[in-house]
Design a protein. Structure first.
Length: 231
């Protein structure tokens, strides 16, 4: 799949931004919501626990979250799955015990005009590495592993691809410091746009087309809330 409206998507793009939109109290409320939500997935292989933000657990917080995103993004639609009854989930809470590998969260519908993804760290240690390189296909995990490339993803699962690869060797120093969980040959042709050092109280906003991953620096576990948007 390739997105149908790449020009429209590109018009909405811009550099990653770090903003402070939630107060300490609101971050606490979000952390408490995470605690009470039911578990959605515990993927042992990826070593990740996921919960989705279901509406109506804390109506006041639902309203605050939407209003604040609207202040900073303007008009948008949520694009983070819907419940059985068709209500939008407001985001995905990701609790990971090992670093996420190279991927793009560019969506699953070719007709959608994908917009920004909003990442709010809920634990203090770690980085998100954002590359200048972009991807306008389906949400994809990038790999050079022959067996992994053979995987046929189910609905809502990332494709596998090695089409992100370029020719130039990746920066060895950056690899050693931040990306030892990824084969350096899987980073050929990639250039870093930003290494965002997590800070609770901040929120990272970036285009959904960015190829990105976690850094290899993880202490026990990391928790973040991510909301995907479209126009
Ligand atoms: Fe991601």
């Amino acid at each position: 799949m390739k997105h149908n409206y790449i020009n429209e998507i590109k018009k909405l793009e811009g550099p990653p931004k770090i903003v402070k939109i939630f107060s300490e109290k609101e971050i606490k409320m979000i952390q408490e919501l995470y605690f009470i939500l039911p578990e959605k997935i515990f993927n042992k292989k990826q070593n990740v626990r996921k919960k989705v933000w279901i509406q109506n657990y804390n109506k006041e917080l639902d309203r605050i979250y939407c209003d604040k995103l609207k202040d900073v993004l303007g008009n948008f639609k949520m694009d983070t799955l819907t419940s059985d009854t068709g209500e939008n989930f407001y985001g995905i809470f990701h609790e990971s015990f090992s670093p996420l590998k190279l991927h793009a969260d560019s969506g699953f519908e070719e007709k959608d005009i994908i917009f920004k993804q909003v990442i709010t760290p809920l634990s203090p240690i770690g980085e998100t590495v954002i590359f200048k390189n972009k991807w306008y296909g389906k949400s994809t995990s990038f790999t050079i592993d022959e067996d992994e490339l053979k995987i046929n993803p189910g609905p809502g699962q990332n494709e596998r691809s090695c089409e992100h690869l370029g020719i130039e060797e990746f920066d060895r120093e950056i690899h050693r410091k931040y990306l030892t969980h990824i084969d350096i040959n899987n980073l050929k042709g990639l250039k870093v746009e930003l290494i965002y050092k997590w800070k609770v109280g901040e929120t990272l906003i970036m285009d959904r087309s960015h190829i990105h991953c976690s850094s290899s620096n993880i202490k026990n576990k990391k928790i973040a809330l991510t909301t995907f948007t479209k126009k």
